[in-house]
Design a protein around this ligand. Structure first.
Ligand SMILES: C[S@@+](CC[C@H](N)C(=O)[O-])C[C@H]1O[C@@H](n2cnc3c(N)ncnc32)[C@H](O)[C@@H]1O
Length: 244
């Protein structure tokens, strides 16, 4: 599973930041905007960091509140693109931290990369990650999740194709990309662990130059051999707190 995730991001690590330049810049402006107010502070763990240094992700104001930033990612090559302290190769499913040791957890655009193993329920990997976050986050901590979404009917079609074609005919035990719909995300997040402090839905167009640009960029690359056949259309941000 890890190897397949690595293969995607190792192959595109050099181009990734150029490929998503506009999207990254616009989502960062959003992340540093007022809906996240004072949520980012203390020990800050960025899951699926993609090798971005804190100065690339946060405004000066947020940087002042962060005591220690840790960028955690599966892919060594993504982490190797930039140099900054506390880059950590690791998994969202097994966070290498003590319980209740982190003030802020951020997961930007990583949920659709958690993938799907044959026999898993659609949201099993997401639940695994949420459980791990629940373990490492302090009782006063906040969790910020930024994610793209597809319509529900597309999520259902995707599941049929993944199960019948990838798992069934191609015999792949694991598929590394699977998109979620708003309905599924709202069912699974906040789940048993979290209370919603804020939630904000946006059109994906707000973060792209034009609606089809991200798809066009994907198509240019040979590593487009994945079930990325769905174009997300909505964007969601959650600020969660741990239930008492
Ligand atoms: C689309 S990139 C997002 C990078 C960055 N967060 C951003 O928004 O620009 C997804 C990143 O998540 C990482 N990733 C995927 N699955 C992961 C997992 N289970 N644990 C840790 N990192 C993971 C990938 O290696 C990749 O760098």
């Amino acid at each position: 599973m890890k190897e397949q995730q690595d293969a995607i991001f190792d192959a595109c690590s050099e181009q990734f930041h150029d490929l998503f330049k506009v999207f990254n810049q616009k989502t960062k402006e959003y992340l540093n905007g007022e809906i996240f107010d004072q949520s980012i502070q203390g020990v800050c763990l960025d899951i699926g960091n993609g090798g971005e240094a804190p100065v690339e992700v946060f405004s000066e104001e947020n940087l002042k509140r962060i005591r220690c930033f840790i960028g955690l990612d599966y892919s060594y090559h993504m982490l190797a693109v930039r140099r900054f302290d506390h880059r950590l190769q690791g998994s969202a499913f097994l966070l290498p931290f003590k319980s209740a040791s982190v003030d802020t957890v951020i997961a930007r655009h990583v949920i659709h990369h958690l993938g799907l193993s044959a026999g898993d329920r659609r949201h099993d990997k997401l639940l695994l990650m949420l459980r791990e976050i629940n373990r490492v986050i302090k009782p006063t901590g906040r969790i910020i999740i930024l994610e793209t979404m597809v319509p529900r009917f597309m999520e259902v079609i995707q599941l049929w194709i993944v199960r019948a074609w990838y798992h069934g005919i191609l015999r792949k035990a694991y598929v590394p990309i699977c998109m979620f719909s708003r309905k599924t995300l709202e069912q699974v997040i906040p789940g048993d662990f979290y209370r919603v402090h804020k939630v904000d839905f946006q059109s994906l167009r707000r973060f792209t130059l034009s609606y089809f640009d991200p798809l066009v960029s994907f198509l240019k690359y040979p590593w487009f051999k994945l079930p990325v056949f769905l174009q997300p259309y909505r964007y969601v941000a959650w600020v969660l707190e741990k239930k008492g």
